[in-house]
Design a protein around this ligand. Structure first.
Ligand SMILES: [Zn+2]
Length: 200
């Protein structure tokens, strides 16, 4: 049984709007890109996005969960939208397509019309905190993330094939997230295949 620290963001336009997800079709993995940053600091960063600033510098970002070592912190309830895998730019130069072919294939209407819909409306986002700038994870971060993913797969009647990582949705050219999985696809495959050996 995993232990989750509930530390929900306050409802605000930049990280937790309170909007409901339409459904859950995928679990999306990320890295925080901040080696050794605590789950609390990452959560507080999302919370701080609501602080008043010039509108043109506004940042919209959040995730449902942040994992570091044995700590799993929940920032947004699963039935609400987090801002973790939407995009406002084409996935590669010279195209107008915002989401990748694989994302369109897997997530359908959530990736077809970026102005009216977004993969954020059908996904749960998990931020994994790395130990270094290459993107390696501690054993516990890796393992706890797997247990969390397994729990969510069960909760939403999904299969391992429904797990994705951020760059698979918005393209590896524009966004390298999580760095380890982008540079070593076999590590993502290992993360997923090991799930079959785990019990929750
Ligand atoms: Zn990401």
């Amino acid at each position: 049984m995993i232990k989750i620290i509930d530390d929900l963001l306050t409802v605000n336009p930049y990280s937790r709007t309170g909007k409901r997800v339409a459904e859950v079709k995928t679990i999306v993995l990320h890295w925080t890109a901040m080696p050794q940053q605590s789950t609390k600091d990452t959560r507080d960063y999302y919370e701080g996005l609501k602080l008043v600033k010039p509108a043109d510098t506004a940042v919209y970002a959040s995730a449902h969960y942040i994992v570091r070592d044995s700590e799993i912190r929940r920032c947004i309830p699963e039935n609400e939208v987090a801002f973790h895998c939407g995009a406002a730019y084409p996935y590669k130069d010279g195209t107008t397509q915002v989401y990748t072919d694989i994302a369109r294939q897997k997530l359908g209407k959530y990736c077809m019309s970026p102005l009216s819909n977004s993969p954020n409306n059908c996904s749960i986002g998990i931020e994994m905190s790395p130990i270094d700038s290459i993107g390696h994870y501690s054993y516990d971060t890796w393992h706890q993330s797997q247990l969390l993913v397994l729990t969510l797969l069960k909760q939403f009647s999904l299969k391992p094939i429904d797990i994705m990582y951020h760059s698979q949705i918005v393209g590896k050219i524009k966004k390298q997230c999580p760095k380890l999985f982008v540079e070593h696809e076999d590590e993502f495959n290992r993360f997923v295949s090991e799930l079959a050996t785990l019990k929750i």
